[in-house]
Design a binder for this molecule. Structure first.
Ligand SMILES: [Zn+2]
Length: 420
């Protein structure tokens, strides 16, 4: 039977028939197939499958075993999101294989939260999931997601339903309590950008921004923890996705004295642009480069299949910049200046910049965003991936951030900072 064919260009009618047939032969429900504590399923490949009519096609996801999943659609831009529980994405499956289909734009796959993978498919035209079933085939659990072209209205209606469901589940989720109660040392929150499904910028040999900023963030955390003058927490400590709103919320819930977001940009066709820049919030970008950087970084939630409007409502409050405390902004600018001074000759020729980054919008918490360098510049890239350079960069940053935080914090009588 055609099921063993490695080619997946089956007709849609045939495909639907096969799903029914295979389900009849192997009537294994997803719930039964799933061991409660088993190893996570590995997502090995993602293929588009053409149908006999241009309106009908499928996305086929090969996994090592079955797992529970959900799908939803989002507008602005139109996307289809498939979440798979207890799973991770093999490197080979992070890009779609096989022929591309006209309805499908870019596809991204990766870890969305602990133990949960997400596949985000950009849609060139409105489509809806007609059905989605697992088909077992020679040791592969194959999730067949059948899609059918639809009207813009029907797509919009489904997106509204999915959005309402997300809002309900979000409200039910309790906030984790901040840790470190009773420790009065000022807190620095380090925010390594991107992660999981969102790799950020990339270098010539596939180096990713998410890995680089995590490595430097961890080195910075360790360095700050060693000297013990400030407390330190991170918005992510591994390769996972965290929304822009959650990053800010995490830091504000802990009353951080300083929020430091770490990034590393890439400029296509401009290999000579190099050096670090430090950004603070501004409603007017310093220049075109700053505007482009903010626009790119602010897209992180869209890349990961979130609804940007919902995130704006549920995460960062839409505060007017005027309402942000003047003191907060002055402190942020001071922290940025000190960081630029400390970075010395590592910096870009215009190192101090402003732009409308979403992660810098907390009204009550000085916040800076450091673009550590450009992955598109060979010299920057070499330094950013080198373990020793990462450590020395962390040392420089730690020194600057510590002295800023300590100089701007009023010591409290109960504070018993273990200064070595
Ligand atoms: Zn970034």
């Amino acid at each position: 039977m055609r099921l063993s064919s490695p080619r997946l260009d089956l007709g849609a009618a045939l495909l639907a028939g096969l799903v029914l047939l295979v389900l009849a032969l192997f009537p294994v429900s997803v719930a039964e197939a799933q061991g409660p504590q088993g190893a996570p399923a590995v997502i090995r490949a993602i293929h588009p499958v053409e149908g006999q009519s241009p309106d009908l096609f499928a996305i086929v996801i090969d996994l090592s075993e079955e797992t529970t999943f959900r799908h939803e659609v989002l507008t602005g831009p139109d996307r289809l999101v498939i979440d798979l529980d207890r799973s991770f994405v093999a490197a080979s499956a992070q890009r779609m294989t096989g022929r591309s289909l006209p309805a499908i734009g870019a596809l991204r796959a990766g870890l969305f939260m602990a133990g949960q993978s997400r596949i985000v498919i950009d849609l060139a035209r409105p489509v809806l999931v007609e059905r989605a079933d697992f088909v077992r085939q020679a040791g592969v659990a194959r999730l067949v997601v059948q899609l059918r072209a639809t009207s813009a209205e029907a797509f919009m209606a489904q997106a509204r339903l999915d959005s309402a469901r997300r809002m309900t589940s979000r409200m039910a989720r309790p906030e984790p309590p901040p840790d470190d109660q009773g420790d009065t040392r000022p807190l620095v929150v380090i925010d390594p950008g991107h992660g999981g499904i969102d790799p950020g910028a990339s270098g010539a040999r596939g180096e990713t921004e998410k890995d680089i900023v995590l490595a430097i963030g961890l080195a910075l955390r360790d360095r700050l923890a060693r000297s013990g003058r400030v407390r330190v927490a991170m918005t992510r400590e591994d390769d996972r996705f965290v929304s822009l709103g959650e990053r800010v919320k995490f830091a504000r819930a802990r009353e951080a004295r300083l929020f430091v977001s770490l990034h590393a940009d890439s400029l296509a066709g401009e290999p000579d642009v190099r050096g670090a820049s430090v950004y603070t919030l501004s409603d007017r970008a310093t220049d075109a480069l700053a505007a482009r950087a903010a626009e790119k970084e602010n897209r992180a939630d869209l890349v990961a299949g979130l609804d940007a409007d919902e995130e704006a409502k549920g995460g960062i409050e839409p505060i007017l910049l005027d309402l942000a405390r003047r003191e907060t902004r002055a402190f942020g600018q001071l922290a940025a200046r000190q960081t630029v001074t400390a970075l010395g000759n590592r910096t870009h020729k215009t190192p101090l910049r402003g732009a409308g980054f979403r992660v810098l919008r907390a009204p009550d918490m000085p916040s800076i965003l450091i673009e550590l360098g450009y992955l598109s510049n060979p010299q920057d890239l070499r330094a950013l991936v080198d373990g020793n350079d990462q450590k020395s960069l962390a040392e420089t940053l730690a020194h600057a951030l510590e002295s800023f935080v300590l100089a701007t914090s009023t010591p409290e009588p109960a504070a018993a900072a273990p200064v070595p």
